[in-house]
Design a protein around this ligand. Structure first.
Ligand code: C2O
Ligand code: CU
Ligand code: CU
Length: 488
């Protein structure tokens, strides 16, 4: 772990001693708005997404080498509507093979963008992606087997907001960049000159790569200035490779209205929410009551050895909101949001068990030293004793069956994700999930014992285009903590 113990200032950034945020802004920087492509009114022609090599200043004063999708770091926010089919042209210009996976979409395996749908450098992948599901916050990221971690960390990630008739007419803030903000959180490590770094070691494989500085839409601790009075909506994605983030609001409890796969039944207030890598939550903040507010994050969410030893790390402010004079959304906090069916675990006809395993005997230090040979097929980590193999199907699922998937671990905290579905959590670490995680999800975590989800797959994934299930600590996924299943 790179512990910084000295003070150093550069042009724009300030390297702060101690733990927590290594880089801080010496002057407040406005929250970058991710460019929105709003297709809810109709789609003309094809939607092109270009994966590019680029440079980006996160606010350290240095240009970091990044990847971006149509932009210099991260991708656009795509806003689409249920019932549309999205005609994508994904062009790869990054100089190495990649893929683009639609995380959270209920779509057939052949357009899912997993590791079997490789896009060579210079090639274009043109899937027609049907949007069948209801309003939800989804995302897209590289899923290149063995390279997902580095490519996603470098910036191959974006957000796909699905709207439906109900969400478009709901009495909620929905003016993008005014009272409705999309926030992509990604932690970064910077070298002494302020350039983003990513270095593999055996320890990085064990813990997953953790940066010491959290960025929001590519900026360090930005400020959303002059947000309107009234309710403001934050749609938040944890796009970190490995960090669990514990989020809270300075003004009081945090009010959650939606999780990965759609609206909760009603708003849920919590002291804080724990977000694993890959998770999304939408929250409402009341700016009518305060002049300024802050989104605070404990970067060691979920505890872990040091947090339990020292009583947890303090939360730091990662986004400041200051109130302007204009009125924005003037509605009240909604009472009801959606109908969530009660869980009927008794309808499950199949139960499957997945044991996540950290150490199946490979030499992690050697793997780290030889990046080019590094690939999940080297098999350092596993599920049910089997490291991921591209040509092995692990599970065969019948379309339309309701199933229980039970995920267990030895010790460490792992976030588990399943493609092609939204599920409901029956139990997390042996207990009922917190109320904010009781709705539609495609991420569940487990630290001890097991977690169980109730899931059904309605689309097909054939042998040559199977779905994945995996740990969403991206280094664990790259190391083989992933499996494949067909649906038919
Ligand atoms: Cu977010 Cu299989 O991925
Ligand atoms: Cu996914
Ligand atoms: Cu893991």
């Amino acid at each position: 772990m790179n512990r910084r113990t000295f003070l150093k200032s550069t042009g724009a950034g300030l390297l702060v001693a101690g733990s927590g945020m290594a880089w801080a802004q010496s002057a407040p920087r406005p929250l970058p708005l991710i460019p929105l492509t709003d297709l809810t009114g109709g789609i003309e022609g094809r939607i092109s997404l270009a994966l590019n090599k680029a440079r980006h200043d996160f606010g350290t004063g240095a240009q970091s080498e990044t990847f971006g999708i149509n932009h210099d770091y991260l991708g656009p926010v795509l806003r689409v509507k249920q019932g549309q089919t999205l005609p994508f042209d994904v062009v790869n210009n990054i100089g190495e093979t990649s893929t683009l996976h639609w995380h959270g979409l209920h779509i057939p395996g052949d357009v899912d963008g997993g590791p079997h749908q490789e896009i060579a450098h210079g090639a274009t992948w043109s899937p027609d992606v049907p949007i069948v599901q209801h309003a939800s916050m989804n995302w897209f990221h590289s899923h290149m087997h063995g390279r997902t971690a580095r490519q996603t960390y470098s910036g191959l990630a974006g957000v796909l907001l699905v709207e439906d008739d109900a969400s478009l007419s709901a009495d909620l803030p929905k003016t993008y960049g005014v009272d409705d903000f999309t926030l992509i959180l990604q932690d970064k490590m910077f070298d002494g000159s302020g350039k983003m770094t990513y270095a593999l070691t055996a320890e990085v494989f064990e813990d997953g790569f953790e940066g010491d500085t959290l960025t929001v839409n590519g900026a360090i601790a930005p400020v959303a200035q002059s947000v309107p009075t009234g309710l403001v909506r934050l749609r938040i994605l944890n796009a970190c490779n490995a960090r669990f983030l514990e989020l809270s609001m300075q003004s009081g409890p945090i009010t959650v209205i939606a999780s990965d796969g759609g609206f909760l039944a009603a708003p849920v207030e919590a002291e804080s929410i724990l977000m694993s890598p890959g998770e999304r939550y939408e929250v409402l903040v009341d700016m009518g009551a305060v002049d300024s507010n802050a989104l605070n994050v404990n970067m060691d969410g979920g505890g872990g050895f040091f947090a339990s030893l020292f009583g947890g790390n303090a939360a730091i402010t990662v986004l400041t909101l200051t109130r302007g004079a204009e009125a924005g959304f003037d509605g009240a906090m909604p009472r009801r949001l959606a109908n969530l069916e009660p869980l009927k675990a008794s309808e499950a006809s199949v139960t499957r068990s997945f044991q996540l395993e950290m150490d199946v005997g490979a030499d992690l230090a050697a793997l780290a030293a030889s990046w080019d040979n590094f690939c999940g097929d080297a098999g350092a980590m596993a599920i049910n004793g089997q490291p991921m193999k591209m040509d092995r199907i692990d599970e065969v699922v019948r379309k339309g069956d309701t199933e229980i998937w039970r995920v267990s671990v030895d010790d460490q905290l792992h976030p588990f994700h399943i493609h092609g579905c939204s599920f409901r959590i029956l139990s997390q670490n042996g207990a009922a999930p917190p109320a904010y995680a009781a709705g539609w999800k495609d991420m569940v975590h487990v630290e001890e014992g097991w977690s169980e989800v109730l899931v059904r797959f309605d689309y097909e994934a054939p042998k040559d285009a199977p779905y994945m299930y995996h740990c969403h600590i991206l280094e664990h996924e790259d190391c083989g903590m992933m499996g494949q299943f067909t649906v038919g």
